[in-house]
Design a protein around this ligand. Sequence first.
Ligand code: UDX
Length: 452
Amino acid sequence: MDNADRVLLLPYPSQGHINPMLQFGKRLAAHGLLVTLAATRFILGSSRPEPGPVRLAAISDGFDATGFDGAGSAPVYLGRFELVGSETLESLLRSEAAAGRPVRLLVFDAFLPWAGDVGRRLGAATAAFFTQSSAVDALFYHVWERRLCPPVQAAVELPGLPRLEPRDLPSYLVELVTAYPAYMDMVMNQFKCLENADEILINSFYELEPEETDFLRVACGAKTVGPTVPSKYLDDRIPFDSQYGLNLFTPAAAPCMRWLGSKRPASVVYVSFGSMAVLGPEQTAELAFGISDSGKDFLWVVRSSETGKLPRDFAEGFAERGLVVSWSPQTEVLAHPAVGCFLTHCGWNSTAEGLSLGVPMVAMPQWTDQLTNAKYVEDVWGVGVRVREDEKGLVRREEVERCVREVMEGRRREEMRMNAAKWRERAKAAVGKDGSSDKNIVALIAKYCTNT
Ligand code: UDX
């Protein structure tokens, strides 16, 4: 192992970016590479990493004690991260080289394009990892190329993409441009990687988004390497653990699995809005009553920062019918036969997990790429229904109930279940031996990591 080629991974420090990068790293490690993931000191100090084939190393974002929250704003955080992150990444690469373990390949999050400059300067091959879907990356690329000019106010028809209404576009392209210029800059700056990355990797799989991926392949040589869902569920050549392994929240694993174990097959609605989404109190209450009015059993992840918004006594009022936890072992939950529906905010990881584990969805997107993912869940992949907001922008309890019932017992239930099962098989084929993503990963290793 000591002679193995070294790969260094650098994710953006949030759960939705660490998970796919870490899983990708496990896949590289399964090919005999020595893989290290560089996380900020804050992330390392606030998580309990599980032992696994990917080692961890520290860099700094300049906010070791507080992480993002200490910065006060996205521009301050991102600016300091670039400065301090570049210095500490450089030190890490230099110390590895000095110890006789030079990093051969640096895989960095496309949200951190400066890492490509550092890697190049120190002689590593560089691969930019785009965490979001091919469709979303293609949309941002069209903005980068000035074919699409936000704020977008009418339907768009663009190469590689289906016709998209404004409600199907990433929120930055529609109404939030002025409110979130730093995030808009971040998604646009991803394309600086075209200048300093030897490879462009996309966290999706070809069969899921063929036109979108073809477009990106021709435009910038991008290759799909996903889905980056824990391999246990997709590829039995890799006997790694079922979870990702670097949780910023503590999963209530035993209670969730025990509770699910008492439920009938496909009878439970699993509800989760990922690691970042913040619903208002009124929306949280409408959601709560909609779920309960559906009459279905439910397992709902409400992060501890959000529990104060639940209607009074809500969590206690359901006896065995409902379980509310502050974090779950999500992929284990989705893989459980009792789960029949995933009510999701459509973060890209959650969407890819739902598809890869064959679970039909209710799509309730909040912001950023989630709106586009929701469009695809309903109209392109045919695995779910998307909620409709009222004129105030709220999803009312009747609508939540309608959508849950449609997925769990409606006329199209069987069709959605069959489509979900089909995507699960295609996801397995993509990462299985000689699948589309597997081939791209093998070619990447052959090109840059010569020891294997
Ligand atoms: C963010 C963005 O919101 C998302 O749109 C973008 O595509 C990636 O970064 P997040 O909002 O946290 O991520 O959502 P998501 O992409 O779904 O990632 C959440 C991850 O946390 C998933 O891998 C999910 O399995 C995991 N999770 C979530 C748990 O392990 N337990 C939970 O209870 C909830």
